[in-house]
Design a protein around this ligand. Sequence first.
Ligand SMILES: Cc1cc2nc3c(=O)[nH]c(=O)nc-3n(C[C@H](O)[C@H](O)[C@H](O)COP(=O)(O)O)c2cc1C
Length: 365
Amino acid sequence: MTSKLATHFTGLEFVNPFVLASAPPTESKAKILKAFDAGWGGVVTKTIGLHPVENVAGPKTIYQRASETKPYVSRYKRPDTVSHSSWNWELISDQPLDLWLPDLEEIKTTYPDRMLIASIMAGAGSEEEMENWRKLARACVNAGCDAIELNMSCPHMDRKDMGAHIANDEEIITTILNAVTEAVSVPIWVKLTPSGSSLVDGAGAAYAAGAASISICNTFPSLPLMDPETLKFEVEVDGLVTSGGLGGLAILHQALQRVSDVSRAFPNESISGIGGIKGFREAFNFIVHGAGNLQVCTAAMEEKGSGGVGVNLIRELTGDLADYLQDKGYSSIEDFRGIARDRVVEHARIRRKSEAYNGGYAKSA
Ligand SMILES: Cc1cc2nc3c(=O)[nH]c(=O)nc-3n(C[C@H](O)[C@H](O)[C@H](O)COP(=O)(O)O)c2cc1C
C-alpha cells in the first residue's frame, strides 16, 4: 500500500515530500547517506560547478537568535533566545565533479527509492559555458541522479554571468534550459533568486523552455549586523563584509509571497518551496500556496547532535504531516495543495470600511 505521505512531483515518486536543500546538509556522501537513513524523501546536492571555488578565510555561516526579553537579533549566545535566521557567504561545493560522481553513484545504489537531485551551476554568454552546463548535467545523470536543479540564485557570486545575477534575464534562462534539456532527459528544476522584481517573468521563461519546476527561495541578499560595543560585524574578515544570504524563519513570509506569486501566475506548473521551514506549520503554508515539494536547509543545519542533517526534524515533519492527513481525512497533500491560491488578491479587492475607495484613484463622477 502506498503511504499517504508519498508524492508524485515532476514525474518523480517521493516517499515523502521533504527534501534537504542544496547546502551544507547535502555537501558530502556521508551526510546524504545519513539524511536518507533518517528518512528524508530526497536531497538536492550542494551545488556542483566547474569553475574555481575558494571560500572566505573565516566562518562561512552564522546562526542568529532573537532574545525573548529584549528582542534584538545576534549570533552571540544568550539565555532565552529563539532561532531567527542563518546568514552565510559560502560559495558552491569545493568538491570537484570527478570526486562527486562516484559518491552520487553510491548514494543512488544505496537508496534507490530516494530522490537524488544534482544542483549544478555554470556561467552564461558563451558556448563554452553552455557546454559546461551540459557536461555537469550529463555526468550527474549518468551517475544516477533523478533530476537536475539549475542554480540561478546564489546571492554572492562575483562573476556576473552566474547565480542570482542571471536570474533576471529571461534570454539567459531560456538559453541555459535549451542547453540542458538537449543534453539530458530527466526533470529540470530551476532555482531562481527571490530578489529582483522579475521573478514571475523568469519563472515563465523557465517553464516555457521546459523546466519541470521552479525552486524558490534561495537566501535573500543581506548584510550581517555590527556590534555597537566592538564596532565589529558579527561575521567579518579583516574588518570587511560583503553581501551574503539570509535564510531560516526570518525569510518564511517573503518566501511564501514569492511562491504565491509564481503559483498564481502558473497554477498548473510545479513549485518546490523553500525558506524558513522548521516544522509542519511552515511546510503546510507552502503547500496551500501551491508547492508540491518542500526543501529545508537552516532548520536541519541548526539541529544539535545529529550532524547537521535534521534527523529529528524529518521524524517530526513526517509524523506531523501523517497526523494532519489522518485528522482531516485527506489522502495526500494534493487534497489541500493550492487552497490559498485564490484567496490572495489585489489590495483593491480587500473590503474597505466604506465604498469610497477606488484602488487609490479618484472616482469618476
Ligand atoms: C550555508 C548555506 C549554503 C548554501 N549553499 C547553497 C548552494 O550551494 N546552492 C543553492 O542552491 N543554495 C544554497 N543555499 C540556500 C539553501 O539551499 C536554501 O535555499 C536557503 O537556505 C533557504 O532555506 P532555509 O530557510 O530552509 O535555510 C545555502 C544556504 C546556506 C545557509
